[in-house]
Design a protein around this ligand. Structure first.
Ligand code: FES
Length: 186
């Protein structure tokens, strides 16, 4: 994360690719992709400077870009951990035990959501349905889903990141895809 933001060479390549999808006089259509590129470069969140940079790149008023940032839940305006844990607590996940997942996050990361862990490695927050209810409860860590969670295996997943050897993504009980639980071991 930086105070003053501008796209680095790697991001500029991605920006160029996104802009190539639209006519020059419609370049503002790339705003969401560009915000995502900026967010990834900026350590997972969008500072005021990053939003301003995207706005100026697309010749858009800052407030218009800010409105987009604050409307969609995939953009963050405060710092997040290197590993950002989004815990689904919507009804299917809640019925399958998301309270235990939240408990594990509180113990390992921080008591309150949206706070960095002491080592700055993690932050966590509750989110609405992540669209994988069949393998509830689950979390999204950065771009990946960790599914079929309970208190124990959530702790194990978080510890695997601390150890620098992240657990495989997907079901943490061995379930294949979203097959019924009785087929886990087959
Ligand atoms: S309710 Fe959690 S993924 Fe849908």
């Amino acid at each position: 994360m930086t105070e003053t933001f501008s796209f680095n060479a790697e991001s500029l390549d991605k920006v160029k690719f996104e802009l190539s999808k639209y006519p020059e006089d419609r370049k503002q259509s790339a705003v969401m992709s560009m915000l995502d590129i900026a967010q990834r470069q900026n350590g997972g969140w969008l500072s005021k400077s990053a939003i301003e940079h995207v706005a100026s790149h697309l010749e858009m008023p800052y407030i218009k870009v800010y409105e987009i940032v604050t409307f969609y839940s995939m953009y963050y305006t405060t710092p997040v951990g290197k590993y950002f844990v989004q815990v689904c607590t919507t009804t299917p996940c809640w019925l399958k035990g998301s309270d235990e997942v939240v408990k594990a996050c509180k113990e390992t990361i921080s008591e309150k959501q949206n706070e960095l862990s002491n080592d700055g490695l993690f932050s966590w927050m509750e989110v609405e349905c992540l669209g994988a209810c069949v393998n509830a409860p689950l979390v999204q860590i950065n771009d990946d889903f960790y599914e079929d969670l309970n208190y124990e295996n959530t702790k194990n997943v978080l510890q695997s990141f601390i150890d620098g050897n992240p657990s495989p993504i997907g079901s943490q009980t061995g379930r294949k895809g979203s097959r019924a639980e009785e087929y886990v071991k087959s």
